[in-house]
Write a protein that binds this ligand. Structure first.
Ligand code: 3IO
Length: 341
């Protein structure tokens, strides 16, 4: 035993006691230190998931693992998230596979108009189908958490109450949302979420299609005054670690991370569906007079009809690439029904 260390430790504890202050958390140095990057601000729901995960990992390993989080793109941005993790810039990275459907082709199936009604349902389906199919697109990575947002809505500067209002409108979506907006007749632009506020301000876009909490979490209600009450498609999120880094973790830590992976879809979906979105809608209505635009029944039916061919087209395209697209989509439909509340 190191006598000197023990004595100085004792003095430190006594000193802290005498001064009436507790030792800082970091005094008990963690054995394992991990960095975790995310591309959007700390107040957003994916970042809350990151914080919750980091807290739970520390707690359930009794402080053996310390995770330092980097929200807001301070370590890696939306477009370099997965390459950054592969290169070791961050140990863990939370990105959106839906931003790059070419790189994550099978996962893009989750962002088809399959009729998810909320984030909890879609998140559980995404995680289940990923475990079952183990898509090749995650090779080299260990997936530690997955979830989605709620199906996206069109939020715009001017009201969209029919196809004519939408025709040619410059709207932003995630990569997987671009064909949806195209099918509905808009002029879509694929763009990561953090670029949206400035793009609205400068007139590059007249709105966006995504989950409604962005009205508050990105302050978009200031300029986007209308939401069309037509749920479209979700966006997938996946937090990953480099596989080789994962392999080196001790078994007890791996066990806790695997346990957390099972919890994160429902935890995140529940927060997003039952707190985040509702609070944002109430805030936007009260402080910014947000208007919810309803589609007439016949108009809604026509929109549904425009999106109908997308599933078959996706299966055809992905099957051509040798992917098990038909089986994946069939299973996704089953999981959608299974997780429907
Ligand atoms: C999203 C991404 C980062 C932070 C908050 C967010 N809310 C919804 C999304 C999904 C998204 O980026 C998209 O493209 O619809």
């Amino acid at each position: 035993m190191n006598r000197r260390k023990t004595i100085s430790g004792l003095i430190a504890v006594l000193g802290a006691g005498l001064l009436g202050v507790g030792l800082p958390q970091t005094a008990a140095a963690a054995e394992i230190n991990l960095t975790y990057a995310f591309f959007a601000p700390a107040r957003t729901f994916p970042a809350r998931q990151m914080t919750h995960w980091a807290e739970q990992l520390a707690k359930r390993t009794n402080g053996k693992v310390d995770v330092k989080t980097f929200p807001g793109g301070t370590l890696l941005g939306a477009k370099d998230m997965y390459d950054g993790v592969a290169k070791g810039v961050a140990d863990i990275g939370l990105g959106s596979p839906s931003y790059d459907p070419g790189r994550f082709p099978l996962t893009s199936g989750v962002a088809l108009p399959v009729g998810f009604t909320n984030a909890t349902q879609a998140s559980r389906a995404l995680w289940a189908v990923t475990k079952e199919f183990k898509p090749k697109e995650y090779e080299g990575f260990k997936v530690i958490a997955m979830f989605t947002n709620e199906p996206g809505y069109i939020m715009s500067k001017t009201a969209v109450k029919n196809a004519a209002d939408l025709a040619g409108m410059k709207l932003r979506a995630a990569g997987t949302g671009v064909p949806v907006l195209k099918a509905l007749g808009a002029a879509p632009i694929g763009m990561p979420m953090p670029e949206v506020p400035q793009s609205v301000q400068t007139g590059v876009i007249n709105g966006a299609m995504t989950s409604r909490e962005v009205l508050q979490d990105f302050k978009l209600a200031e300029s986007l005054k209308f939401v069309t009450d037509y749920p479209t498609v979700v966006v997938a999120f996946a937090a990953v670690m480099d596989q080789k880094k994962w392999d080196k973790l001790p078994a007890d830590v791996k066990k806790v991370i695997d346990e957390l992976a099972e919890e994160m879809p429902a935890w995140t979906g529940n927060y997003h569906d039952n707190e985040n979105v509702g609070a944002a809608m109430a805030w936007a209505a009260k402080d910014y007079k947000l208007q919810v635009v309803t589609l007439a029944a016949d108009e809604r039916a026509r929109w549904d009809g425009k999106l109908k061919p997308m599933e078959d087209e996706w299966v055809k395209e992905m099957s051509g690439k040798g992917l098990p697209a038909a089986a994946y989509l069939k299973r996704l439909h089953e999981l959608r029904d299974q997780f429907k509340k």
